[in-house]
Structure formats: structure tokens, C-alpha cells
Design a protein around this ligand. Structure first.
Ligand code: PLP
Length: 355
């Protein structure tokens, strides 16, 4: 592995208005690139001006989707430092995804060093407003020009950065959910536990139909029986039923979210019982009918906590927490963003100061 080289952009772009960032619409001045060639390994890591890349039309990623990605965030803390949130978890998961997709492993330390240098170089892009951060998107694509169906021998890793506002334009507020019982996102033995593009491509149709019906996200059921709850949109999901919190156990078709892990750790530290187990949509609706479903929320890096206000399954529609943001949802959101921004103590060592 050779040393990271840096080519600085000659003209820096104008920064967007931090009140209207949206999600993933603006990109910073630089990006990290690194290539892999069979026999040589990962080589020539470099930070270069952000811009289009040239690929052969036969590059394997275009045909068979051999790709993995990650999503993490950098924050400006209350003391004016810059931090990442649990980056070790993301880099570990990147390699889990790589293994599933037959993509060569990446040295996590080397990649973290590259990301740190990239974020430092573009640190003026880290927005300061409430609910804002710098979203970091590492991804790897198969670049070998070949139409054979097999693992590629050449890859490109890139890291791009995007200043983002709140995932939902309205900020933290309850969303409406459509329980999807026709299409499935993933099956056991498939690629649901990997962050890979195909999972999202196959989920877009259900998402579109739900949008047309006036819902903001889809609740995914297991691919075999279409009975057990798996995830919500591209988030993990939690339910508070009769005082305890339940989240679907990692079955192989569910992505192991970093936010999911942080939420379980926080809840347990507050003395709230968290159970990872199978939960069927029938059980969930039954609990709602009996008035025992106290809260429901999705968790993910992009939205952090996304409270669920209503859910529709077949002909039945239920309201959760009276359509309001529940107490635990709010406390989790404030705690995680507070730790990220350095406003709160960091008892678990999740904040990684980088500059
Ligand atoms: C990224 C992702 C999540 C959330 O993971 P975090 O590490 O918390 O951001 C959950 N489900 C899916 C399908 C995802 O792609």
C-alpha cells in the first residue's frame, strides 16, 4: 500500500445555504479514491478534486451490481472540534458487506486515516446548524471491463462528502408507514445483511407505491412467510410494547445498524429492557388494538430516530403514541445527537475527535 497523495482543488465551490441543505444534494471540494488490482491489492490512495470518474461501459458494476457502501457522519462539536460517530463500526460493517459481495477486504485503519484526512481538508463544509452534519459515503465498485459473471479483479473505492440537514424537511416528526405484504426487501441467505446497492434498487418500487398512497415509508416483512417485521424503509425498527422495547433479531436478512446498536446500549443504560426477537405484524397490531403499543420508531444514521405516527396493514390503520413523537423516541434523538455534537457526556466513547 502506498502513501496517500493529495491533489487540492484549484477552485473551491460556493457553500450551500445551511438552512436548506436537504439530504445528499451538495458535495464538497474533494473525494478520496483508491484502486484495487488483483495481485497488487489496494493501491494509490489519493485525495483529489471532487468530480466525475471515467469507467469502461463494460465495468462489471454496471451489469451485475457488485457494489458495497457505507454511511456515516462528521459533526462540529460544541467546542469547535470535529468528530466522527463510531467509525470503527462502519468500517467493520464495510468489510462484512465486502465479504458477502466477494469484494476484497479494506484495511480499516488505512481507510479511517484517509477519511480523516478528507474530512479535515473539507472541514469548512461541516455545517453548524441544528440537525446538520457532514454525511460521509464510502463505496466500492467493480471496475474490471468484462461481461463474465464472476468476482471482478479490479475495483475502485471512493469516499464522497455531503453537507446535510435534517433527513426529513420537517425535522423529527412522526411518519406514516405502509406495511408491505407483496414485495420483500431481502431473504435469509440473500444480501439483506450487506449494505449493497441491489437491496435498494429492488425496494424502490414498493417505496414508490407507498408514496402514491400517501405513506412516507414501507415496513418490510420477512421474505419467506411475510409475517415477521424486518425493517422500516432503510432503517432498523423498534417498538415499545407494555413497557419493554422490542426490535427484530438479526436474522441474516436485516442490516445490523450502528444506530440500532447505540439505541439498545442507551436504553439498557437507562434501565429499560430491550429484547431482540421475532415480532410478527399480527402481534404488533394486536398490541396496538389493546392499547399496549406505546411507541414505534426507525433508527439509522441519516434520520437518527424516525418516530412512527401511523401504520397501515391491509385495511387496518393504527395510530401510535397518538400520532405524536413518543417520550423515548425524543430522548433517544436528543441523547444521540447530543453525544454526536459534544453537548452531552460521551459515556461509551462513541465520539471520535479527528481535528
Ligand atoms: C444503513 C441501513 C440501516 C441503518 O444503519 P445505521 O448504521 O444505523 O445507519 C438500516 N437498514 C438498512 C437497510 C440500511 O441500509
Amino acid at each position: 500500500m502506498n502513501k496517500l497523495t493529495i491533489v487540492k482543488a484549484e477552485n473551491l465551490k460556493a457553500k450551500p445555504d445551511s438552512d436548506h441543505l436537504g439530504f445528499g444534494q451538495y458535495f464538497t471540494d474533494h473525494m478520496l479514491v483508491m484502486d484495487y488490482t488483483e495481485g497488487k491489492g489496494w493501491h494509490d490512495p489519493s485525495i483529489v478534486p471532487y468530480g466525475p470518474i471515467a469507467l469502461d461501459p463494460s465495468a462489471m458494476v454496471f451489469h451485475y451490481g457488485q457494489e458495497v457502501f457505507e454511511g456515516m457522519k462528521a459533526y462540529k462539536t460544541a467546542e469547535g472540534q470535529f468528530s466522527l460517530f463510531r467509525p470503527d463500526m462502519n468500517l467493520k460493517r464495510l468489510n462484512i458487506s465486502c465479504e458477502r459481495m466477494s469484494i476484497p477486504q479494506v484495511d480499516p485503519e488505512l481507510l479511517l486515516d484517509g477519511i480523516t484526512q478528507l474530512v479535515s481538508l473539507d472541514k469548512d463544509w461541516i455545517p453548524e446548524g441544528e440537525d446538520t452534519s457532514l454525511y460521509i459515503r464510502p463505496f466500492i465498485i467493480a471496475t474490471e471491463p468484462c461481461l463474465g459473471v464472476r468476482a471482478a479483479k479490479q475495483y475502485k473505492l471512493l469516499v464522497i462528502l455531503s453537507p446535510v440537514g435534517s433527513y426529513y424537511p420537517e425535522g423529527i416528526h412522526p411518519v406514516s408507514i405502509f406495511v408491505e405484504d407483496e414485495y420483500v426487501r431481502a431473504v435469509r441467505g440473500g444480501t439483506g445483511m450487506a449494505k449493497t446497492s441491489g437491496n435498494y434498487a429492488s425496494g424502490i418500487r414498493a417505496q414508490e407505491i407507498a408514496k402514491l398512497e400517501g405513506f412516507s415509508q414501507v415496513l418490510w416483512l420477512d421474505g419467506v412467510e411475510k409475517k415477521y417485521i424486518e425493517e422500516v424503509g432503510s432503517m432498523n425498527v423498534f417498538f415499545k410494547i407494555g413497557g419493554e422495547v422490542i426490535t427484530p433479531e438479526l436474522s441474516g436478512s436485516i442490516l445490523a445498524g450502528v444506530t440500532r446498536d447505540s439505541v439498545m446500549t442507551l436504553l439498557r443504560s437507562w434501565g429499560i429492557q430491550v429484547i431482540e426477537r421475532k415480532i410478527s405484524v399480527a402481534e404488533l397490531f394486536e398490541a396496538a388494538r389493546e392499547g399496549k403499543l406505546e411507541e414505534a420508531f426507525g433508527t439509522g444514521t441519516a434520520a437518527v430516530i424516525s418516530p412512527i405516527g401511523t401504520m397501515k396493514w391491509g385495511e387496518e390503520q393504527i395510530a401510535v403514541a397518538g400520532g405524536q413523537t413518543g417520550e423515548i423516541s425524543k430522548k433517544l434523538y436528543d441523547s444521540i445527537t447530543g453525544i454526536q455534537k459534544g453537548v452531552l457526556e460521551d459515556p461509551f466513547g462513541w465520539r471520535n475527535i479527528i481535528v
